[in-house]
Design a protein around this ligand. Structure first.
Ligand code: UDP
Length: 314
């Protein structure tokens, strides 16, 4: 297949590019390098089946030649990033989704949207099933990401129904692993980087809020299984194992052997209290289950940050 991956130089996108190249696909990676970096795909740059195009998909997207699939992964995804880039986040989720759907339609390609557990907002249904419509504050600081992705899902379904485009929607739950930026701002990288530096682990709020953390290799396997399925309705991909933020801090401290102190900071506005995917659809439709336990994933992510020369990379 010839596959366009937007956001392909980002954390998740670059692992997706690796997977597609390894299975023999040709990959056109489009990224504006705002939160992604060419170092994430440096090892692919000389590959004859890989090309990196520096472009912002919020503007018209043009790709020469045949395309079999368009995977739209471009967007800031850390709450810290989308708070810093609110307009760009809204644009890439809305205009970027429209442009990349247009590309898929012009090429007769399958389209896959990277959506998010944030479409459920601060959920009132637990665990989150795909049929749940969510509890999102449209005018809060997270609304720029949440509403952009909700619009992106609506636009994707409209292209599916009206243009009969072959589409997929993956709702990605908290995913972590190598190639997260040390200053990404999300909890797993923040905790590991702090632990390796002996700096305070920053728990926001009282640490009782929960998340379910999926190692990036498992996430990529789920996304590719969804791409290969014929499923148009959204599918959650994430770990069904739920941890409090305090438990995560303990696991990071144990795994790294760090003696970092814990510092409590205020909880960000609209921070979801509980999050865990119901993965029944992923299991039944795709035969997908995650296989990397949190401790092992934290270990592998810590090795990556050590390889960057942490704490110097802070
Ligand atoms: N969090 C934290 N300390 C940090 C970073 C995040 O306690 O240094 C908390 C955050 O408030 C949230 C959870 O960890 O409750 C997950 O945050 P993250 O930014 O990773 O992603 P989210 O799931 O909120 O999009």
């Amino acid at each position: 297949m010839r596959v366009v991956v937007t956001g392909g130089a980002g954390f998740l996108g670059s692992h997706l590019c690796d997977h597609l190249i390894a299975r023999g696909d040709e990959v056109v990676c489009i990224d504006n390098l705002s939160t992604g970096t060419s170092s994430n795909v440096a090892h692919l740059l000389e590959h004859r089946r890989f090309a990196l195009v520096e472009h912002d998909v919020s503007a018209y997207v043009d790709v020469d030649g045949a395309v079999d699939a368009v995977l739209h992964f471009a967007s800031p995804a850390s709450p810290v990033d989308y708070a810093k880039m609110p307009i760009q986040t809204l644009k890439v989720g809305s205009l970027g989704t429209h442009n990349t759907l247009g590309l898929a339609k012009a090429k007769g390609a399958t389209f896959l949207l990277a959506s998010t557990s944030e479409v459920y907002g601060d959920p009132l249904v637990h665990p989150q099933v795909e049929q749940y419509w969510g509890n999102v504050n449209p005018v809060g600081p997270r609304g720029v990401y949440d509403e952009a992705k909700r619009f992106a899902e609506a636009m994707t379904m409209a292209y599916c129904r009206y243009h009969e485009l072959d589409t997929r929607i993956v709702r990605v739950f908290n995913t972590y692993g190598p190639r997260m930026r040390p200053n990404d701002g999300r909890v797993v990288s923040n905790f590991i980087v702090a632990a390796l530096a002996g700096a305070p682990i920053t728990i926001y709020g009282d640490g009782t809020q929960t998340r379910s953390f999926c190692f990036v290799d498992d996430q990529v396997r789920g996304i590719v299984a969804l791409l290969e399925s014929g499923e148009h309705e959204p599918v959650n991909i994430g770990s069904p194992e739920e941890f409090t933020v305090t438990e995560l801090a303990e696991i990071v401290l144990e795994t790294t052997g760090s003696e970092s102190p814990v510092r409590y900071l205020p909880l960000p506005v609209d921070d979801p209290k509980r999050r865990r995917p119901d993965t029944t659809r992923a299991q039944e439709l795709l035969g997908w289950n995650p296989s990397v336990a949190l401790r092992e994933g934290v270990q592998r992510t810590a090795e990556y940050f050590r390889s960057l020369g942490m704490p110097g990379a802070l």
